[in-house]
Design a protein around this ligand. Sequence first.
Ligand code: NAP
Length: 315
Amino acid sequence: MTEVREVIIIGSGPAGLTAAIYTARAQLNPLVIEGAPSSTSDQPGGQLMLTTEVENYPGFPEGIQGPELMANFRAQAERFGAEFITDKVTRVDFSDTPFGVWIGDDEYRAKSVIVSTGARSLMLGLEAESRLLGHGVSTCATCDGFFFRGQHIGVVGGGDSAMEEALFLTRFADKVTVIHRRDELRASKIMQERARNNPKIEFLWNATVSDLLGAEKLEGVEVRDTVTGERRVLPLTGLFVAIGHRPNTELFEGQLDLMDNGYLMTFDDRSKTSVDGVFACGDVQDDWYRQAITAAGSGCMAAIDAERWLEAQEG
Ligand code: NAP
C-alpha cells in the first residue's frame, strides 16, 4: 500500500515553499514535489530562479539574488521537516480520496494537495534571450525597472501588459520604445491612449526582435521590419518582454475548474479550488498581482486552509 500523507505540495516557488514552511510547522509532514531542474517553465524555485537582484522583497534592505532568496525559502522549509522530491509531476487524480499524484509510474497519495505550479512568461524564443535574462532582458518592470534609470529601453508586445510595463518604465527610463509586430495595438483603448500620450514612449510598428546583442549584458536589439524585411540595431540597454503569461495548469485540465484564461479558479477569497481538499496558491491562480510577496502570502493562506480542512475531516 502506498503511504497516505497529510499533504502534498506541487511546485516550489515562493507560494509552494511558504505553504511547505507553514504545513511543516503545523506537523503535517509535507512532501514537496519541486519540479525538474532541466525545465525552463517549472524549474525548482520558480520564476525567481530566472532573475538576478530582487529589491522589493521585504526584509532584505540591500536586496537579494532571486536564486539565493529561494534557497533560503527551501532551507527554512527543510529545517521544519518538509521533504522534497526533485522531479516533475506527470499526472494527478483528484476524483477520489486519498488524492493521487504520479511521477511517471511512482504513485503518491495524500489527504490534501496544495497546487503551486506557478506561471511562465511567454518568451521570444531567441537563443540569446535566456542568457541575457536578468542581464538587461526582463519580464517584469515592477521588479527590474529601477535598474534602468536614465536609459533607453524597449518593451516587446502590444497588449495591456506591454502598455502597463511601458508606462511604468517611463518613471525610470529616458525613453521607452514599444516594439510591436503589427501596426495596431491589442491593448484596451484607455491603456493605448495613456501610452500614446506619454512623451517618453515611442512606437516601432511592424517590427519583431530578431536578435539580442551583448555577451555579458544587453548592448543592443536587432529588429526586423515585417513589411520590408529590413533589419537594424536599436541601441537599447534594457528589453522587457511583455507578450503574455501562461499558467502551468496543463496537469489539472479536467480535474480542477479553470478560468477562461487557463488560470486555476479559487473560491470564497480563499485558496479553495473546485475539489474539496485541493488548494491553490501563487501565480497558478493569480493573473493580476504576480509578485513573489503575494505568492508567498497566498502560500500561507493555502497552508492554513489545508490545515483547518484536515482538522475538520478528523473532527
Ligand atoms: P495579450 O493581451 O495576449 O497580448 C500579448 C501581446 O504580445 C499582443 O500584442 C501580441 O501581438 C504580442 N505577442 C504575442 N506573441 C508574440 C511574439 N512571439 N512576438 C512578438 N509579439 C508577440 O497579453 P497581455 O498583454 O499580457 O494581457 C493578458 C490579459 O491580461 C489581457 O486580457 C489583458 O487585458 C489583461 N491585462 C490587463 C491589464 C490592465 O487592465 N491594467 C494589465 C495587464 C494585463 P498581437 O497583438 O499581434 O497578437
